[in-house]
Ligand binder design. Structure first.
Ligand code: FES
Length: 113
């Protein structure tokens, strides 16, 4: 399992936006998008499961993101695909706040440990 990594400090990720941690840095081989919305941090795999699009470039509303290419929506909490054309969930990753530091646990599902 890759080590946790510090990806930002509080305030660096603007509301309803995301940063991308590339697959080499994350250690998972997959780019991971870290979102901030409604005072909460979320992390999911950045690549849409429909085709090759960056979800970090999508539109965020509450705990959902809409793919910028064909408008499938995903839950930032569970990774579930909420509407067509995507039918496969993206993976979630745990995000932890340590003081004002935002730490990503690549490969650890958001609802675990
Ligand atoms: S690439 Fe995301 S919905 Fe098609």
């Amino acid at each position: 399992m890759p080590e946790p990594i510090k990806v930002a400090t509080v305030g660096e990720i603007e509301d309803e936006s995301a940063i991308v941690v590339d697959g080499t840095t994350s250690g998972t081989g997959e780019d991971i998008a870290v979102f901030f919305s409604d005072d909460t941090y979320y992390a999911i795999d950045d690549t849409c499961t429909h085709q090759d699009a960056s979800l970090a470039e999508g539109w965020v509303e509450g705990d959902e993101v809409e793919c910028p290419v064909h408008a499938a929506r995903f839950s930032l909490c569970t990774g579930a695909a909420l509407c067509l054309p995507a039918t496969v969930a993206v993976k979630t990753h745990k995000v932890e706040l340590r003081g004002d530091e935002v730490w990503l646990h690549p490969g650890v599902p958001a609802d675990k440990g």
